[in-house]
Design a protein around this ligand. Structure first.
Ligand SMILES: Cc1cc2nc3c(=O)[nH]c(=O)nc-3n(C[C@H](O)[C@H](O)[C@H](O)COP(=O)(O)O)c2cc1C
Length: 200
């Protein structure tokens, strides 16, 4: 990739550099990003998830595979991510298709989570209707007793996805709405990134 507008080796480096700045300035959840999915017939839905890794292989997040997002991604792997850091007045858009992470990756990440979060993954039937909070609390008590002081393994319906980007856009605030928009589009044949600049 060679272009005078590129101040980073790759768009993944730029995500990580902006994320490092956001980690200094944001009061909460600098890794939070909106994840947009769509049904096969094109009805979109969006929600926040946390970024758990970004490198040349893609951007990783974890979730319940039986959730609404999990169901939509199983049928249509195309998705989009959006970061917005108010303290920095910056936005990053990412588009691509997701692939499942490996079981080993999901196991390692799951094992790093607090015990109560791991039990919560067993107790929550994410995105499905529940009778009331008491039902959820009952499930938490059930799994707390079941696992006792032992290991809390990863449920097989809980794992991660890696979004493999085809497109990035880095948006930076400028005075009088004269913002800066730099895009990177993957040239699949050359396996290289094509840079462009868009009108704000
Ligand atoms: C800041 C923030 C971070 C979140 N991170 C995650 C996450 O990493 N994984 C996840 O499954 N849900 C996460 N959630 C909850 C989701 O936004 C959503 O409520 C849940 O995953 C169910 O979405 P669905 O019904 O579209 O599948 C987060 C919510 C917020 C507000």
């Amino acid at each position: 990739m060679s272009d005078k507008r590129a101040s980073f080796e790759t768009p993944f480096d730029q995500v990580n550099a902006w994320l490092a700045e956001a980690t200094e300035s944001e009061p909460n959840d600098p890794t939070a990003m909106a994840l947009a999915t769509a049904t096969p017939d094109g009805f979109p839905s969006v929600r926040m998830v946390l970024l758990k890794g970004c490198d040349a292989d893609g951007l990783v997040f974890y979730t319940n595979l039986e959730s609404r997002k999990g169901g939509e991604l199983a049928q249509n792997p195309n998705a989009a991510l959006l970061f917005h850091w108010k303290t920095l007045r910056r936005q990053i858009r990412v588009e691509g298709a997701v692939e499942p992470v490996t079981d080993a990756e999901a196991d390692a990440y799951f094992a790093s989570r607090p015990r109560a979060s791991r039990i919560g993954a067993w107790a929550s039937q994410q995105s499905r209707e529940m009778e009331g909070r008491f039902e959820f609390e009952g499930a938490i008590a059930k799994y707390t007793a079941k696992f006792g002081a032992g290991d809390v393994p990863r449920p097989d319906y809980w794992s991660g996805f890696r979004l493999k980007p085809r497109y990035f856009e880095f948006w930076r605030d400028r005075k009088f709405r004269l913002h800066e928009r730099i895009t990177y589009r993957l040239d699949e044949a050359a396996q290289d990134w094509q840079l462009a600049e868009l009108y704000p």
